[in-house]
Every structure is written in structure tokens, then in C-alpha cells.
Design a protein. Structure first.
Lengths: 350, 350
DNA sequence: ACTAGCAGAGAAAGCGCTTACCGAAGCGGC
DNA sequence: GCCGCTTCGGTAAGCGCTTTCTCTGCTAGT
């Protein structure tokens, strides 16, 4: 029943004693300090550290140095492939730079998002990356901006993913353009009677896609009547229910565009459950190109985003390691990530 | 071009001054210290903190207290739905306890796993959770165990997910039993000529599933000849290629079991590309019940694991907050998470 | 009225690390 | 052969916080 008698981890002090050198020398030997250390000493310190199983206490190091090696990543839902792909990119890029990633989940709840940002500040992360933020129109928008500005004022960097959130750095996903291109391509395939399963109106990413799609249709003289726009939850079930609603309305459509793939999967499922074979009577398209959509039947037409790159890019933007040299000044950033329309079986030529 | 003159974040010192109290009082006012503080003072401190936008520096707190609020989670691949679901569970459970989660990705690389564990120790996490560890048979196994034991000796807790890794705490997934039950169910449906797309032999989870499945078949008098066991990568493409290999061998099978769903999706795809309609000529089954498999055609027969619960459970096991009261002693743990066989369209009765 | 006792604020000693700063050697130049 | 310079260990002062301990100022008991 007694707690296991646990010695505490070795400290730098222990290492110094073991190696028979001073604290300072030990410290200098272990982190590539600017000052040189006699190689023989260094060797001894390194060996002593090894023998003792010593690892630098990052916290202590952080307080001494006044700066950390932490990156904070906020996502709406880590189990959603959109976000987990982004996370993968961030984590990989971070580990290349010796940074450690802390992930928090906001569940698309603005209050929780704000709370989380506040809590995360306690970690004094170097960088804070927000994906799937609900900044728009929320009552919390202003507070969030203030919080983030204050974070930047105290030396942090913030990067947003997807939505332009000036004055903060942004990896801009061209949701508008991607959706417009998709609409143009689909119109080119002969689709005319279109419905959209849109996301919640306060998610900007969703709205941008809707707007872009509308614009693309308009270029082909197709109008999207308001009653053909159904707002639903940004989930598979949201797509499913939105589709049921659409079908119940009796509208006759030849194409359903869901503003993300997760919803589109729900659309396909709902159509099928209603006895409609997607891709024959009604075309279906999504957005994101998550892995699943290649594997469902019919494979889904969608817009590809290089999600992992996006995550990686966000980190680099914030740490100033952006790859394409050039104009990485303060206001760098909102240079959009290219997007690609992918036509698959779910939208055959009509 | 000049760096933005950034003031550093407010410190407790600033707050104390602003509130006109001592450092000690400020500290006590802000964290529910054991000692009481005059309510009027406390109020003043809290307000001052608010005014200054102060958040406790967790690092400094950690070094002063000698303990952190960090949980380290190692997964093989965060973009894999299996792991991202587990991660979601861990993160949610952690945030309920005020803990912060750091995620690292090992890419199923034993060397990298070891390095990562070492690096993560620098954070002095309270808990380290390993999912998809490649402990088995790897040359690094012993080193990893040593590293983890030493971590526990210095006050940390480690929890493994899935594979029993005594002496460490484990959320045991009954891979063996789940696969056996599945085999029994499938045999009951009339399948006889079975092939298995197995995982890499050094991943224990994969082997357990293979063994359990074999056992289940044996109970029905079905033997699984070695040449019907194809080892492949634990990915969709692994499943795809494994299936190609199987088909090329000319074996006549009526069922393919892939030891996880991600691979099973590849199996379905490969069969289809070979002109075989999965579920008619050949049945397909997977394991995990990731969301995707409900949505492909035919929907996949699989074994469900409550992945989010598993993650949550792992954290609770390690922090000692396990829910089912009872025997949460030191050696608690390897009480398996229940598993459920789910028969879907991919394995109709023959 | 006087002392015992306690509540609670503040001073100060760390926590494990980094990094000026100091001072002892070792070196070459004249 | 002496002096100034460089090189490089060590000493000690923090970093921002917690917590023990001291000490003041009450309340209360007789």
C-alpha cells in the first residue's frame, strides 16, 4: 500500500558532481553553449550524464532561459481526419525543429476555445496554432483576438489555419477559389440543379466554400436558390440529416455539394438509405479529400488540400522557417495553398 | 525590420505589486492553496491579475513544485483513425483533470520511439502513454523498458495501450479474444477457406489478432495454412498489396480477414480492382471499427473497440482515477476492455 | 487586565537550470 | 623576462514560482 519510494530524477547538479566539474561546466557541456568547453571535460560530463540517465529538465531550462520549446495546437476535433492530418504535419515539422507539441481540443465551442487559449498561455508556448477556430461572428471573437494579441505582445507567435484572421499570420486555404473551381468543373459536367449542404453559418471556412461554389455556379448561369442551401452540423451525421431534410423538401436536384468530405460521406449514406444510388441519379461532391472518400462507393469528387503540408506550413510560418525563402516579412503569409479539383465516380458526366 | 519590442508576460511579482500585497499572498490567492487568505486580499489579487492579463507560468510552477501537469502521449501515426480516436479520449480525460497533453509521433520506428521517449522525459510528464508501441522483438525493446522503468523510478507513471507490457500498467485490448470471437462468428456464417492479411510480425497487437483468429477457426475445425497468412504493412496500401499477393498466388479463398480496418479497406479496394465484388465471391472482415468502414460498400464486418474510452481509460489508469473503483491497486489494469463482433454486409451468410 | 493561542501576512529559501562575471592559467611580443 | 591578452573553469545571481518559517496583531479565557 505504501507509495513506491521514488527517488527524484537526476539533476544537473548530480551530473556535475559525478563528473567532478562545476555546474556551469556541466551545463555548457550538455547544451551546445556558445562558450567552448575543454573536450576532455565535455566527454566526462556527457558520460556522467549517460551513467545517471540524466535528461535536461525542460521546465527548469525554460524558466532559466525565459523561453520554451513548446508549440500549442488547437483543433476542433482531433478524431476528424481533417484535423488529425493537419496535426500530423505540425507534429512532424515541430519535431524536426526540436519543438514539442501540445494539443488541445475545442470541440467547436467558442467558450471552450477561449478558455483553452487562456490555459495554454500558461505554458508560454513559442507558437500557438489555431485550426478550425470559430472566430467568426461569435460573441467571443473580440475576446479571443485580445487574448491572442496580448500573447503576441508578450513574445508569442500565432498562426491560423484556413481562415484569414488578420492581423495574425495565416495559412490561407483558398476555400473560395477551390469551391468555385469545383463548381465550374461540375457545371462543365452538365449538372444544373444543385443543392448544398452547408456548414454552420458561423464557421467561416464553411461559408467561404459556400460562397465560392455559388460564384462558380453563377459563372455558368446557374443560381442556387436559398432553399437549396441547408445548414447542418460539420459532421457525418450532419450531412446525413441535411440530406434527409433536402429529400423531404421534395426538391428535385441532380447534384449535392457538401462543404466538407465528412458531411459528404453522410450525404452518400443518406441517399443510399433513401434508395437513391449516388452518382447515378444524383451526383455528390465534397471538399478536403480525406482518405475515406477514395474508398467509398462511388468514390467521391472533391477538392484536394495538402493537409499535412498545411500543418507543416503553419508551424514554419510562425517560427519563421517558412520554406519558400523570399518575402517572409512580418506580414507574410496569406499566400494561399494550392488546391486541386478531383473528379471521381460520384459525379459522372450527365 | 526591427523586432517588435515585446514586453514579457506579467509575472506574479507584477500582480503582487499591483495588488499591494506580498508575493506569497498573491501566490496563495491564485492557486487554491491550503492556507487561507483574507477574502478582501484575495479579491484584490484576482482583480489585479485580471487587469494585467496574468496567467501562471506553468513552467515556473512546475520547477517550484517539482511536479508538472503534463501527459505525454506517444502514438505510431496520429493521422490513423485508430490512434486519433485514442488521442481524443486521452485529451478529453486529461483536460477534465487540468492536465495538458503533449503528443509525439513515432512512425512505428523503434529507434525513433526510443528517442522520443527520452526526449519526452525532459518534460518530466506525470504520465506517459504509449499506443502502438513496437516493443516486441525489436532490438530496442530492452532499452525502452529500461528507460521506462527509470522513468517510473523517478516518479512517473506509464501506461501502455493494447499489448500487455508488464510490469507497466496496461489497458488491455483483448485482441486475442476479439479475433477469436470474430472467427467463430464467421465460421458460423459458413466461411471455410480463409486467408489473413496479417500485420508486421513485430507488432504484437497484430500477432495477437492473428493468433486469436486462428484459434477461433480451429474451434470450428478450420485450419489456416501458413501460405494463407500474408504479412503486410499496417496501412491501407499494405492491405491492398497483400491482397494482390494473395490473388496472385492463385489460392481459392472465401474470406479475407485483415487484422485491422485500415488494411481491410485496402483489401476491399484490391478485390474490386481485380474484378471481384467483395461480399459476394469473397467475404472481408477487419478489426477496430473505425468510422470509415460503415461507409464503404459493402459495409465491413469488424470488431468494435471503444477507442475513445480506451484512451480515457489509459489516462485514468495512470493517474489513479480509474472509474470502476475497486481494485485499483498498484498492479491494477490488465482487465480487458470488452469487444464486440459486428457483422455487416461484407460477410453475408454463405 | 493579562497572557495563551491562533490566524494570517510577509520574508526568504529553495526548485533546476542558464549565464554574466571573475579570476587563474597559458601564450606571444618586445 | 615581464606584461597584456586570450581561454576557459568556477562562483553566484537570477528566472518565476511555491512554501516554510517568522512575526505581528487579534480574539478569548480566567
Amino acid at each position: 500500500m505504501s507509495a513506491p519510494a521514488s527517488k527524484s530524477p537526476a539533476t544537473l547538479h548530480d551530473v556535475a558532481r559525478e563528473a567532478g566539474v562545476s555546474l556551469a561546466t556541466a551545463s555548457r557541456s550538455l547544451n551546445g553553449s556558445a562558450r567552448k568547453v575543454n573536450e576532455a571535460y565535455r566527454q566526462r560530463v556527457v558520460e556522467a550524464a549517460q551513467r545517471l540517465g540524466y535528461t535536461t529538465n525542460l521546465f527548469a531550462q525554460a524558466v532559466a532561459k525565459g523561453s520554451t520549446t513548446t508549440v500549442a495546437l488547437l483543433v476542433a476535433d482531433i478524431a476528424d481526419p481533417y484535423f488529425s492530418s493537419i496535426a500530423a504535419g505540425v507534429i512532424n515539422a515541430a519535431s524536426e525543429e526540436g519543438l514539442v507539441v501540445t494539443i488541445a481540443v475545442t470541440g467547436r465551442n467558442a467558450q471552450r476555445e477561449l478558455d483553452t487559449v487562456r490555459a495554454l498561455r500558461g505554458q508560454r508556448p513559442r507558437v500557438m496554432i489555431l485550426a478550425g477556430s470559430r472566430t467568426t461572428g461569435s460573441a467571443f471573437e473580440e475576446q479571443l483576438r485580445l487574448e491572442l494579441s496580448s500573447f503576441e505582445d508578450t513574445g508569442g507567435k500565432v498562426a491560423f489555419i484556413s481562415q484569414d484572421a488578420a492581423p495574425f499570420a495565416t495559412v490561407l486555404l483558398d476555400n473560395y477559389g477551390g469551391a468555385r473551381d469545383l463548381a465550374v468543373a461540375l457545371a462543365g459536367l452538365g449538372y444544373r440543379d444543385v443543392a448544398v449542404i452547408a456548414g454552420p453559418p458561423e464557421i467561416r471556412t464553411a461559408e467561404e466554400r459556400l460562397d465560392g461554389f455559388t460564384e462558380g455556379l453563377a459563372e455558368h448561369g446557374i443560381t442556387l436558390p436559398p432553399e437549396r442551401i441547408i445548414h447542418a452540423d460539420f459532421t457525418r451525421d450532419g450531412g446525413y440529416r441535411g440530406t434527409q431534410e433536402l429529400l423531404a423538401s421534395g426538391a428535385s436536384v441532380d447534384l449535392v455539394f457538401a462543404v466538407n468530405d465528412v458531411m459528404a460521406v453522410g450525404v452518400v449514406s443518406a441517399l443510399r438509405d433513401a434508395g437513391i444510388v449516388p452518382g447515378t441519379g444524383i451526383g455528390v461532391a465534397g471538399y478536403d479529400d480525406i482518405p475515406t472518400v477514395r474508398d467509398i462507393t462511388p468514390a467521391l469528387t472533391t477538392v484536394r488540400i495538402p493537409l499535412e503540408d498545411v500543418g507543416r506550413r503553419a508551424l514554419q510560418l510562425a517560427t519563421g522557417t517558412a520554406y519558400d525563402g523570399g518575402t517572409a516579412g512580418v506580414g507574410a503569409g496569406p499566400e494561399a495553398i494550392p488546391t486541386e479539383t478531383i473528379i471521381r465516380g460520384s459525379t459522372p458526366r450527365r
